[in-house]
Design a protein around this ligand. Structure first.
Ligand code: FPP
Length: 258
């Protein structure tokens, strides 16, 4: 996770423009377009994923430097299980390499690692590695990097409903106490604030089953740039765009205290 060698005047100007007091606390990203990026270059899809990892490193680095507290990346959806086995295997190898390689950087930079999703559906060795990196980084508190893996928003909500129902049956929870706040505690993201900003790369304008409960009041930012080309400058641009918006949370202008 090192700085891009291409920092230029545009980046400098964007950095100056960003108000450090008004940063999104949590940014979630749908990293889309790796396959198309590769196809345009007549390369195999895996080349797009490999280049995408470079974007991951750059965006983690800039987020940490800016002081963003949580960054969630959609790395593998429930639907991605339907991809050819070869691509799934390659993605899992990239994930293992990423975790093994970046553990040191996460420790040096106070980054806590978390995975959300049905982690037990992943290959045993991958699930073990994930749990071990979660454990080793659990006391880091500068930023939380969350990877959504084998993740689906509807499944997350159903899993939460099942857990809440079990607690109701066991009389650990009463129906009258089940509200938005207590329900949130059954989600995979239980101790993480809802995202303030969600970014999707590569031109699709939809949420694709990502953090469905949590995006109720999230600002959405869509860009045509494919994920492998989405770097520091593009991220800073998204933050500036976010800071130019007025968040009303259903209230009238000037009334909200968020
Ligand atoms: C979408 O591109 C991307 C993914 C399905 C996975 C994202 C994965 C990475 C960036 C690499 C692995 C990440 C980590 C953190 C180890 P796509 O394949 O859907 O692209 P397309 O829509 O153009 O086909």
């Amino acid at each position: 996770m090192t700085d891009s060698p291409h920092s230029d005047n545009v980046e400098e100007a964007l950095l100056e423009q960003i108000d450090r007091e008004n940063l999104p606390k949590h940014v979630a990203i749908i990293m889309d377009g790796n396959g198309r990026w590769a196809a345009q270059r007549h390369l195999p899809r895996i080349a797009g994923h490999r280049e995408g990892i470079k974007s991951v490193r750059e965006i983690v680095t800039v987020s940490r430097k800016l002081g963003i507290k949580a960054l969630t990346l959609y790395a593998f959806s429930n639907e991605n299980w339907n991809r050819p086995m070869k691509e799934i295997t390659q993605l899992m190898i990239l994930l293992e390499r990423f975790l093994n390689k970046e553990l040191k950087t996460m420790m040096e930079n106070g980054i806590r690692f978390r995975a959300i999703g049905q982690i037990d559906r992943l290959q045993d060795s991958v699930a073990k590695l994930i749990h071990s990196v979660e454990d080793k980084t659990k006391d880091n508190n500068r930023m939380t990097l969350i990877l959504a893996l084998s993740y689906g928003g509807r499944t997350e909500i159903l899993d939460a409903i099942k857990k809440a129902c079990t607690d109701i049956q066991k009389e650990k929870l009463s129906i009258k106490d089940l509200d938005e706040k207590s329900f949130s505690q059954y989600l995979y993201t239980k101790d993480i604030p809802d995202p303030d900003l969600m970014i999707r790369t590569s031109g699709e304008v939809r949420v694709s089953n990502f953090l469905l409960w949590q995006v109720a009041y999230t600002e959405l930012y869509f860009t045509k740039t494919p994920w492998p080309d989405f770097r520091k400058r593009d991220f800073l641009q998204a933050i500036c765009d976010y800071q130019g918006r007025e968040r009303r949370f259903g209230l009238v202008s000037g009334e909200q205290d968020h």
